[in-house]
Design a protein around this ligand. Structure first.
Ligand code: A2P
Length: 311
């Protein structure tokens, strides 16, 4: 039985989910299909990834073939920055549910703690308007009340932003999904999430090798390589297993059937404590710094402000 983490809602989230960021529409459907066939029960989606329609078609096929039932799966999507206005939030989840061909999400996240005018691009600082997270969260809580989102949470929130939200939330966030891997271990946020019962879910758990956005070296990191060699596992499996042993779910993205299978094979073995201790030697670098958001004319003038110093 695959590892599952219990959320503060009582729901169980499978520890490994398939990431779909940077998966082209043409290939993401096949990846989702192969993943569920291989045993994945958790798929991480977002409106901003521009591929939810293809994910939905793959899910439909899997349901029709009887491979899985809806209730066997844990599906996440995310509210994009142009839909933060409370009156726009129902439309946003409606669009995602429509494309995914689902009645409800297991988890719906505020994708980023920044906001742009509806229908505008994040590439132009003039489009930025100050976020009102408590107001947006109120609309998220209504989706939770209505059963459209069985759990709600956030993504890319610093400890401070998460703490601010926790102090006003009626329904506390279940999850904060952030960049996390051996090369960016999020030790402060990890401790804060543990003490407040918010589950930390790790995106780019392999450091997104080859990505134009990030291109990390996690899979070439000497500690990861030596632990992999000692345990007879691949560097990717060791990176994923490290996160799981920290209590974090992982969302590795792959469009290769072989690597999709490899990334799920991280549940029934462990990194022993003496080798786990070596991960503290790894140099820490945030890969997705969010420079595209930080701008003197924008709400966050610097990346330090965006991450409240956790950089
Ligand atoms: P591919 O889709 O061709 O498998 P992250 O999840 O950290 O964003 O990393 C995703 C990147 O890592 C993709 O380029 C993906 O390529 C690659 N990748 C996924 N799984 C593995 C693996 N087991 N070993 C090496 N590279 C992998």
């Amino acid at each position: 039985m695959a590892t599952r983490f219990v959320l503060n809602t009582g729901a169980k989230m499978p520890a490994v989910g398939l990431g779909t960021w940077q998966s082209d529409p043409g290939v993401v459907g096949e990846a989702v299909y192969a993943a569920v066939k291989a045993g994945y029960r958790h798929i991480d989606c977002a409106r901003a990834y521009n591929n939810e329609k293809e994910v939905g078609l793959a899910l439909k096929k899997l349901f029709e073939e009887g491979t899985v039932k809806r209730e066997d799966l844990f599906i996440t999507s995310k509210l994009w920055c142009g839909h933060h206005a409370p009156e726009d939030v129902p439309e946003a989840i409606g669009d995602s549910l429509n494309d995914l061909q689902l009645e409800y999400l297991d988890l719906y996240l505020i994708h980023w703690p920044f906001r742009v005018k509806k229908g505008t691009s994040i590439n132009n600082p003039e489009n930025y308007i100050p976020p009102d997270i408590p107001a947006t969260w109120g609309a998220m809580e209504k989706l939770h009340d209505a059963g459209k989102a069985r759990a709600i949470g956030v993504s890319n929130f610093s400890s401070k932003k998460l703490g601010d939200l926790l102090s006003v939330a009626r329904v506390p966030p279940a999850v904060n999904q952030v960049e996390c891997h051996p090369g960016w271990q999020q030790s402060k946020l990890h401790a804060f999430c543990q003490s407040t019962g918010v589950h930390l879910s790790a995106y780019s758990p392999l450091g997104s090798p080859g990505s134009t956005w990030m291109n990390g070296n996690v899979l070439k990191e000497p500690v990861v390589l030596s632990v992999a060699e000692k345990l007879g596992k691949t560097p990717a499996q060791v990176a994923l297993r490290w996160n799981i042993q920290m209590g974090h779910s992982v969302l590795p993205k792959s469009v290769s059937e072989e690597r999709i299978k490899q990334n799920l094979d991280v549940n029934d073995w462990s990194i022993p404590d003496d080798l786990l201790a070596k991960f503290s030697e790894i140099k820490q670098v945030r890969l997705l710094r969010g420079n595209f958001i930080a701008n003197p004319d924008s709400v966050y003038k610097t990346v330090e402000e965006l991450w409240d110093g956790e950089i």
